[in-house]
Design a protein around this ligand. Structure first.
Ligand code: PMV
Length: 320
């Protein structure tokens, strides 16, 4: 094995589902999200070329690191943030989540690359460090994101997030059974965030009121989760979807997934992430319930999948 082959680093970042609080989190309200078991794995190795590539078979991507593509820019920002000026690196990605779907794929990519490069340099990043470095990369995708995606991508588990505050991992007392419907329409975070911002600028009083209500749902959701009251959380998610609709970030396909999920027995359902396209998530009472909702969504013509979010640990007990 040559010296170049021996010198490589691996890292992983997880996808996420925002249970409550997207968009209002940009305006300082809290949000609740869970890490997905699916994510992005990165391998970084020195390149024999002056400028290496990012390759990802799952996304049919093969681009030089100096390209204008957002992923290349993100990797450049991460490398710079970690004190590396050169581009002689090969970055290979394996991805288990669709991109532009509101499931945090870009943040997972950034966390994976940051951890892989850290490992290559013989330094295992803490979750907090990985989140911080990844935020730099996330800016290529989303301008000035709130930081929720890179935080959940690094920490995993159930996360309470508020801009400018330390992230808090919460105890999840019961498993969550989620079914996810994919619209197949791209969800462009900066576009959706910009749309809400322009609407907020036109009518601040109304939008601040909506953000307050969304923030209140998050607080109630946290209490419901702490009590293991999944039915209450489902109702809060239903209300969350209604409010996100009023912000202007839902759409016919998202509404259709939400209605089909409720009609097939979900405890609650809402769009997740920036909206406009992407995915909607349904909270179900059991594994069997999630299977029924998944089937119903597929029958309605959507790609769908289900995930069990395992119960567990507050801070430090259960990393990725
Ligand atoms: O990038 P997405 O689709 O996971 O959305 C992120 C959540 C937003 O609140 C819409 C944006 C942000 O920066 O928090």
């Amino acid at each position: 094995m040559g010296i170049l082959n021996e010198c490589k680093g691996f890292g992983r970042g997880g996808g996420k589902i925002i249970l409550l609080g997207e968009h209002s989190v940009v305006y300082g309200r809290p949000a609740l999200a869970v890490g997905l078991p699916d994510g992005v794995t990165a391998k970084v190795a020195p390149s024999a070329r002056k400028v290496g590539q990012i390759r990802c078979r799952d996304w049919r991507m093969e681009i030089p690191l100096n390209s204008g593509d957002r992923s290349a820019e993100a990797v450049r920002r991460i490398l710079r943030r970690m004190g590396e000026a050169g581009l002689a690196w090969e970055v290979d990605l394996e991805v288990q989540i669709p991109h532009s779907a509101g499931l945090g794929s870009s943040a997972a990519l950034c966390v994976a690359v940051a951890r892989a490069f850290g490992e290559l340099r013989g330094r295992r990043l803490t979750d907090g460090e990985a989140a911080e470095v990844a935020y730099e990369g996330e800016r290529s995708f989303h301008g000035t994101p709130s930081g929720i995606d890179n935080t959940v991508a690094a920490y995993g588990g159930l996360v309470w997030f508020r801009k400018g505050e330390a992230c808090r991992r919460l105890e999840l007392p019961v498993a969550l059974h989620l079914a996810v419907g994919v619209t197949g329409l791209g969800s462009d975070t900066s576009e959706q965030v910009g749309l809400v911002r322009r609407a907020w600028e036109r009518d601040r009083a109304r939008f601040e009121g909506l953000f307050d209500e969304l923030g209140e749902l998050v607080r109630l959701g946290r209490a419901a989760l702490a009590a293991g009251d999944i039915e209450a959380l489902g109702k809060l998610m239903d209300r969350g979807h209604e409010l996100l609709g009023r912000l202007g970030v839902s759409g016919p396909a998202l509404d259709e997934i939400v209605s089909a999920a409720r009609a097939s027995g979900a405890l609650g359902a809402k769009l997740t992430g920036a909206g406009g396209g992407g995915c909607a998530v349904a909270l179900c009472g059991s594994e069997e319930g999630a299977r029924r909702v998944e089937e119903a969504l597929k029958k309605a013509g959507f790609v769908a999948f289900r995930r069990r979010i395992r119960p567990g640990g507050a801070d430090g007990e259960e990393g990725l």
